[in-house]
Design a protein around this ligand. Sequence first.
Ligand code: MG
Length: 310
Amino acid sequence: MTEAQVHIYEVSPRDGLQNEAAVVRTEDKLALIDGLARTGVRDIEVTSFVRPSWIPQLADAAELVPQLPAHEGVRYWALIPNMRGLDRALDAGIGHVATFMSASETHNKKNLNRTRRESLATLDQVISTAKDAQLTVRAYISTVFGCPYEGTVDVERTVQIAQSLRQAGADVIALGDTTGMGNPTLVREVVAAMVRGGVPLSSIALHMHDTRGTALANILAGYEAGVRIFDGSVAGVGGCPYAPGASGNAATEDLVHMFEAMGHGTGIDLERLAETGVKLGEVLGRPLPGRYHLYHLGTQARRQRSSQSA
Ligand code: MG
């Protein structure tokens, strides 16, 4: 297999499932993670070490991590909110962690009950401790492309946050479009501002949401601006809590299809990935918003019909 030109970071086991009302069994999560790893995905965010009572769906984090299937070259990541979460993640034996805070003050206060300054102080300690423990750290910044409370978000302030997180030791800065307010022009502006501010392109990831149908367009704009790490959730699982019923995460198979069709290798087997999305839809018992996995399903059904009639 040739070296991947585009790096996909899969978030379905954590970001995808965390808004699901019905708790998915640990064994079904492990099957999803194993299925994803077998498609060629190399980075998978598997769970979160937030307080178990906050997100019951991910309360099995400490049991899940020691059971993760061993796959050569696959990196498993867990989301951590604070030092307590980091301690639990280290105890469980995870090798890669992701922190989070918001670019907008109001969203940070509503989501984390802290000011941005307080979050940065906490994350400074969390990230440097994680780095001392030889972990890889990704730092999410939410609401970079718009805030549901404040509207427009100051790009230069976001660059300062990214710089602080990098100084603390973050390896990757993941720019999140939390409620899908971004557009391709804004993506180009934000990426250019990051680069001007000394954040290298190789350390930038884009986490785009499809709430308004712009995720793929924004991802392509990011690619053209030089970003090579993109987050996806298979079958587009993961709703946006601010827009009930609206789609949230960009569907990984749709990203992979687009990049592969353009000749930009992802190292991922598209049909296998689509199959993983179909299976996840069966586990959750409802149709999921991604497109390519549905196309794959339709192709399978047509093939079956034509072999029956032959
Ligand atoms: Mg998301």
